[in-house]
Ligand binder design. Structure first.
Ligand SMILES: Nc1ncnc2c1ncn2[C@@H]1O[C@H](COP(=O)(O)OP(=O)(O)O)[C@@H](O)[C@H]1O
Ligand SMILES: [Mg+2]
Length: 329
């Protein structure tokens, strides 16, 4: 059974930003609100509240609530929101099973002036994420998990892995796996992956050279950037390993909170920890089976890192899955 770090009184888990900030530098939250307002006449989604400033809103149409993600197309890569929406749509229509694991896509369009992209989705609990769950339920780092919490942690992790397996089987890498991109109902009756901003098609074994996503969940090959070609799938496995650490220990395994996010020092501390495998959580995880799974997922060499199918067939994962099935059947 896992336990948290001794003596910590505050939660050490904190959120990371990915896509939104790039746009923010040039635009204000009012610009996003105005864009939504301007689209209202034609598309009739009325603003209810801001879920995630500046770009995700709760909206209402014909007495039904939805979430809408508003992306500016002026800055950065013009086609990105369209590509993102097409991957989201594709994942959602691929089969019944996918509906359980991915946020439901409703529709998307581009504004008349072609400056804004809107993607309407089902609204899951006004934006409650797996990170919120960790903060709510395990209020401080250092807490031992109860058997019930331990099972909840597994259920979230297993849902994430199943969603990622679904994507990988269709040759799509998510590339921004983190707890903030997992939406869930507070009673655990729904757990779904969202945010396909960095997702990309890639054939198995295809090499790529780029560094994207959230640094705290970034794999060694992402930090090495152009120096290390690697398959796109391997960064998802690393990020899932980081998520498992956070779920179990309520602490980010790599990097430090001391530095401001986005600064040179912040990135360097994470990089140092990642490259040297200095995992701040592993010592607090006493279960040998989980430790051996994490070792496979957080292998510094992407060539030797396990695949998502290895994770789903791992001894601990299979054991926990059977345990959960027996509990709920
Ligand atoms: N379909 C949705 N329903 C409810 N909340 C959502 C939905 N999609 C996103 N959110 C909320 O908005 C946040 C940011 O959305 P996300 O798509 O991850 O944007 P970003 O690209 O800025 O990370 C999520 O962490 C979640 O809290
Ligand atoms: Mg996100």
């Amino acid at each position: 059974m896992a336990s948290g770090e001794d003596g910590g009184s505050e939660s050490s888990v904190y959120s990371t930003n990915s896509s939104g900030l790039i746009e923010n530098k040039h635009l204000t939250p009012e610009d996003y609100r105005q864009a939504l307002y301007d689209s209202q006449k034609k598309h009739q989604y009325k603003y209810v509240k801001t879920i995630h400033c500046p770009l995700v809103f709760k909206v209402c149409k014909k007495k039904k609530y939805y979430a809408i993600k508003v992306r500016n197309m002026t800055y950065g890569y013009f086609g990105q929101p369209l590509y993102t929406a097409s991957i989201h749509k594709m994942l959602f229509v691929l089969g019944e099973a996918s509906k359980e694991f991915f946020v439901k896509y409703v529709e998307d369009w581009i504004s008349k002036d072609r400056k804004w992209h809107f993607c309407v989705m089902e609204n899951i609990e006004d934006g409650y994420t797996a990170l919120d769950y960790v903060k709510d339920k395990f209020n401080c780092a250092g807490m031992s998990l109860s058997p019930r919490q331990y099972i909840d942690v597994f259920v979230i992790f297993h849902h994430m892995c199943t969603a990622v397996a679904f994507m990988h089987n269709f040759n799509v890498a998510h590339k921004d796996i983190k707890l903030e991109n997992v939406l869930m109902k507070k009673d655990m009756s729904m757990i779904k992956l969202c945010d396909f901003e960095y997702s990309a098609f890639c054939r198995n074994g295809e090499l790529y050279i780029e560094s994207q996503g959230s640094p705290l969940y970034g794999s060694p090959e992402m930090f090495l950037n152009a120096k290390a070609p690697h398959t796109k799938f391997t960064c998802d496995i690393w990020a899932l390993g980081v998520c498992l650490c956070v779920l179990l220990v309520q602490k980010m395994p790599f990097g430090s909170q001391k530095f401001e996010e986005g600064t040179y020092e912040f990135l360097n501390t994470i990089k140092d920890d990642v490259m040297s495998g200095n995992n701040k959580c592993i010592l607090h995880i006493s279960n040998q089976h989980i430790r051996s799974l994490l070792k496979k997922m957080l292998n510094l060499d992407w060539r030797n890192r396990c695949t998502i199918n290895d994770v789903l067939n791992d001894k601990w994962v299979v054991y926990m899955k059977n345990l959960c099935l027996n509990q709920y059947s």
